[in-house]
Write a protein that binds this ligand. Structure first.
Ligand code: PHE
Length: 337
């Protein structure tokens, strides 16, 4: 083998690298166990004695050159991976890409965010409370007497040590009022639990938003105004609302609030049970007994409170007829929002 020819070959091989041959192929070709350098070295014993030294030196020089060419190329590949050169490198089209599926907010989360945003615009803060509550916060401090049916084990999930899964978001009223002095304007989104048999309109877990406001001289008309802003923002400017007298132990007076049925526009249909109205929330003026439990002077302060069910609002808004759809994680349902 002619050393001069190999010298020329090696330079041109490394020039053309990347198009026809890879670096690894060239490494094998020149430095591999059966590569050209090894063959040249192996041919030394067959040479004339006086030629061996010069030939050996030439082979050594060739080997050094090959090694340094490889190092040089490796470095320039690494650089181009980090730099602009990367763009011009051919893409590996042998592997399919991994698509990242982009999710979106659950319809209930959207309704919660929407309603919280409405109240934040009129100065309310959003506060959350724990789902595991004390019997005291869930009932006693809310003026719910021991014999009240909602305290029955059939209506509340009890845990040990006088703890329970909160059956409404109202206990956060107690927490917030104990932690802060008036004025207060707060909305509380969150999960609540009741041991109801699951069907198209009942779930043992659902979501509520509690809202309440306490200050000197808060009036029923403030409640009405706040709820009107809510109803119009969620269901449109044309929506009609009515207050029906009701009873809650923690508000006095109390009301259930209906909106005109958005399906039949008041004519009466199966969704509103032929009534023409849909109940959407409970509300009232905070009972003085509740203020006493949190250490507010009921002669000095008044306040309103309301609690609404998120699932019900979402079902009306989106025309969903089965509450279970929210919780089954069926993507065919969820992808529609
Ligand atoms: N906590 C009541 C419920 O879950 C709703 C409510 C809240 C009523 C605040 C009046 C005032 O049914």
């Amino acid at each position: 083998m002619d050393i001069g020819a190999v010298k020329i070959q090696i330079e041109s091989d490394f020039q053309n690298i990347g198009s026809a041959v890879s670096l690894e192929e060239l490494r094998l070709k020149y430095l591999g166990r059966k590569g050209i350098i090894a063959q040249l070295t192996g041919s030394i014993p067959g040479l004339k004695k006086e030629e061996r030294a010069a030939f050996g030196q030439a082979v050594n020089a060739l080997k050094k050159r090959a090694v340094s060419l490889i190092e040089e190329k490796e470095k320039s590949f690494a650089d181009s991976l980090n730099g602009e050169g990367a763009v011009s490198r051919p893409a590996d089209i042998g592997l399919p890409g991994i698509t990242q599926e982009l999710g979106h907010l659950h319809p209930l989360t959207r309704v919660i965010d929407e309603i919280c945003a409405i109240f934040m615009r009129i100065g309310f803060s959003v506060v959350e409370g724990p789902e595991i509550e004390s019997e005291y916060n869930n009932f006693t401090a809310l003026n719910i007497p021991l014999e009240h049916p909602s305290r029955d084990a059939f209506d509340t999930f009890y845990l040990n040590n006088r703890l329970l899964l909160r059956s409404h978001t109202s206990p956060v009223q107690i927490r917030a009022m104990k932690a802060h002095k008036p004025p207060l304007a707060i909305v509380v989104p969150g999960r609540v639990y009741r041991p109801d048999a699951v069907d198209a309109s009942h779930s043992f877990m659902f979501h509520q938003i509690e809202g309440f406001m306490v200050d000197k001289s808060i009036k029923f008309s403030d409640l009405k105004g706040a709820l009107e802003i809510l109803a119009k923002a969620v269901f449109g400017q044309e929506i009609k609302m009515r207050f029906r007298p009701h009873f809650f132990p923690f508000t006095e007076p109390s009301a259930e609030v209906d909106i005109r049925c958005i399906i039949c526009n008041g004519k009466g249909c199966s969704v509103c049970g032929r009534k023409g109205w849909l109940e959407i929330l409970g509300a009232g003026m905070i009972h003085p007994a509740v203020f006493k439990h949190v250490g507010y002077d009921p002669k000095k302060y008044t306040g309103f409170a309301f609690g609404l069910g998120i699932e019900r609002i979402a079902m009306l808004k989106y025309g969903i007829n089965d509450i279970r759809l929210f919780f089954e994680n069926d993507l065919r349902f969820l992808r529609q929002f």
